[in-house]
Design a protein around this ligand. Structure first.
Ligand code: UD1
Length: 420
């Protein structure tokens, strides 16, 4: 298993190009299963997760060729509506295949994703929604066995869910009747999925709002699709680099992002005293100001502060002047980074889903372990500003979601080595 050796403290300089969004690429790749076609997807990040979904789609019968960040997906001959445990267990987003498989084959056998590094993450909303749409679902030996004819209905999610919204959207691909989702997720990745599905011929009203009116591709239309689509940039990667600049008291420029998508992070960064200048809607310079101070945040669904940035923000607060509280309202037990940050000298107390952080002057490098993807990112950030060397193990978590992170950090003047 690879490790990172990071020599701190680093002073960052230069600019970094933000990669394509993992959480947009995964459902959009999977959506290609729903309707036969040849799909060219650009700006797909080359990540462990996009490679896992590639393997899963190949098992289903897709032919996939990738060249750097362009993936050509041929879904014409897909014929095996089965998602096996060994591919689903490593990545919860694999459960997204349920919707497109049901839509195209009227049946699917998909492994339940199982636990996650930060506790149980159920898929009950997905299952209840498909049952409401007329699908028979049985759970047996860790698998979901689903079959039936999808039908028009109104789905009311009691909590906004990115995954369940995406799954239902893809379930509607071939449904020539209306489905309404109330309390739909509004995250930019769901908007991107909607834009892709619209491009392949579906009709979706209310994109970017919490009420979606969805109609699939008309039955009369049976032309094979030939579509090219560009995936949006990764807002969480952008937010992570933004925090890297602040934690290392540096100035860097982020390019190729959508600045609007990280507005909640920008607002909080400004509130603590960072100096941000937007050059265009795709380029932003972040500058540390010596008067940066700690503030409280709570995570929320979009456009609130993303839970996927909570670990990185705690890392930042651990070296900011003053005391702050960070509350995660989306995932209550996503805090595996805290014990590791404490080992690096941070002063953090956790009470249920609220972390109280007293800023310290400096962190010090040691051996730490990434417990999950964003916890790993938080440790990389801590290592950048820590005195001495930090060795981070279980880097495979970080590789799930950050494309070429060590090259990007090296180009920003960081002394980082991957130990094989
Ligand atoms: C997606 C993101 C993940 C992010 C999360 C919240 C992907 C691949 N992953 O995960 O990075 O942290 O959104 O922004 O896009 N819930 C249920 N039952 C369900 C589904 C969800 O109770 O069937 C709950 C969850 O436990 C959580 C909340 O709903 O408390 C939101 O989860 P959801 O938006 O579904 O997260 P994911 O789609 O899994």
């Amino acid at each position: 298993m690879d490790k990172f050796l990071i020599k701190g403290p680093a002073k960052l300089k230069g600019s970094v190009k933000i990669s394509g969004s993992k959480n947009a690429a995964l459902p959009i790749m999977v959506a290609c299963i729903g309707y036969p076609g040849i799909y060219t997807l650009n700006n797909v990040p080359d990540l462990r997760d996009t490679r896992t979904i590639t393997k899963l789609m190949q098992a289903i019968g897709c032919k996939i060729h990738s060249n750097k960040n362009t993936f050509i997906i041929n879904s014409i001959d897909c014929n095996n509506p089965v998602a096996p445990y060994d591919l689903v267990k490593t990545m919860r987003a694999s459960f997204y295949v349920l919707g497109p498989l049901l839509s195209r084959f009227k049946k699917a056998k998909v492994s339940l994703p199982g636990g996650c590094a930060w506790g149980p993450r159920p898929v009950d909303f997905h299952i209840k929604a498909f049952e409401k749409m007329g699908i028979n679902i049985a759970l047996d030996k860790g698998y979901v066995f689903a079959d039936g004819e999808l039908d028009s209905t109104v789905i009311n999610f009691k909590t906004s869910s990115v995954g369940a919204t995406g799954n239902v959207l893809m379930g509607c691909t071939n449904l020539d009747k209306e489905v309404i989702i109330n309390n739909a997720a509004r995250e930019p990745e769901i908007v991107d999925l909607c834009n892709f599905l619209t491009k392949i011929g579906m009709s979706i009203d209310g994109i970017g709002t919490s009420i979606l009116r969805i109609k699939g591709i008309p039955n009369s239309d049976n032309k094979t699709r030939k579509i090219t689509y560009d995936i949006i940039p990764d807002r969480i990667e952008a937010g992570t680099f933004l925090i890297a600049a602040l934690m290392t008291k540096s100035e860097i420029t982020l390019n190729n992002l959508i600045v609007d998508h990280i507005q909640s992070i920008i607002d909080k960064a400004k509130e603590i005293g960072a100096v941000l200048s937007m050059h265009s809607k795709n380029s932003l310079t972040i500058k540390y100001d010596k008067n940066i101070k700690a503030i409280d945040i709570k995570t929320d669904i979009y456009p609130g502060f993303p839970t996927d940035m909570q670990p990185q923000w705690i890392s930042l607060m651990s070296v900011c002047k003053g005391e702050s509280k960070v509350k995660d309202t989306v995932y209550f037990d996503r805090f595996s980074h805290i014990p590791e940050l404490i080992r690096m000298g941070a002063n953090i107390k956790l009470d249920k889903n609220i972390a109280t952080i007293k800023g310290v002057e400096t962190l010090s490098g040691t051996e730490v372990m990434a417990g999950d993807l964003r916890a790993g990112a938080a440790l990389v950030l801590a290592a950048l500003c820590a005195k001495h060397d930090t060795i981070i193990s279980r880097v495979y978590h970080i590789d799930r979601g950050y494309e070429d992170i060590e090259s990007k950090l090296k180009s920003l003047n960081v002394d980082i080595v991957r130990l094989k």
